[in-house]
Design a protein around this ligand. Structure first.
Ligand SMILES: [Zn+2]
Length: 238
């Protein structure tokens, strides 16, 4: 029985269906890989945003410190000048300016204290975010590498199946091979050879004729009168 055209066609179909599955799978891989890259980029952006928050608070503290330094040096200058001033009103104006600087310094110092608390908070939050994101990125990297090696395996199997295909087609009569190929390359994802459980066509589900039922029981390949798919009886190949 092993050399019957039916057996050969079924073997060919098995290879072709596997080939189809693999190609479909391969087609979805770039999209899956791009999704992983997009997820990673999002995580990197999230870490970047957390780092930027810390930087922004540090910058604010630095600006306040610069302001304090400026006010201190301005007060130092005023003190030096005040020693040379003769007029009491001018002297008083300088003292007022120094007093105003002192006030501004006090305000800046208060803002620094608040900003320092905020810095601790954004640092803590940032570290937490980075830790979680790094772990997730590590997982994504593993996932990506798995998909990449999987795609190599799939490509190799496709190449193997394609090179074996001509060998599987030998000795199949053209009268069977051409309709088989036409159905294979036609619309739909149905296999060209289908069984007929309860004498219903496995493709279109309509009742097959008595004549067709007898033919497939004998181990022949028959064509469905309705949809032209190729019918066979699995018991005849056992
Ligand atoms: Zn049918």
């Amino acid at each position: 029985m092993s050399s019957t055209p039916l057996r050969k066609l079924l073997k060919l179909q098995e290879a072709d269906m596997r080939l189809r599955d693999l190609k479909t799978r391969l087609e979805t891989l770039p999209k899956e890989m791009n999704n992983i890259i997009a997820k990673r980029d999002k995580l990197l952006a999230s870490t970047g945003a957390a780092v930027a928050k810390v930087k922004a608070v540090k910058l604010r503290i630095k600006q306040e410190e610069d302001l304090i330094a400026e006010l201190n040096s301005s007060s130092d200058k005023l003190r030096q000048q005040s020693a040379l001033v003769k007029k009491n009103t001018e002297y008083q104006a300088m003292l007022n300016s120094i007093e105003l600087n002192k006030q501004k310094i006090g305000e800046a110092e208060e803002r620094i204290i608040l900003a320092a608390d905020e810095l601790e908070k954004v640092k803590r939050e940032g570290a937490k975010i980075k830790f979680a994101n790094d772990a997730e990125i590590k997982n994504l990297k593993v996932e990506f590498e798995e998909l990449f090696s999987f795609s190599k395996v799939v490509k190799e199997e496709i190449a193997k199946l394609e090179s074996a295909r001509p060998g599987l087609m030998t000795d199949i009569p053209p009268a069977l091979l051409s309709p088989y190929e036409a159905l294979l390359n036609g619309k739909g994802n149905c296999a060209p050879l289908v069984t007929a459980p309860n004498e219903n066509c496995g493709h279109c589900q309509l009742k097959i004729t008595a004549q067709t039922a007898v033919a497939i029981k004998r181990g022949e390949i028959a064509f469905c009168d309705n949809c032209q798919y190729m019918l066979y009886d699995p018991e005849s190949v056992e």
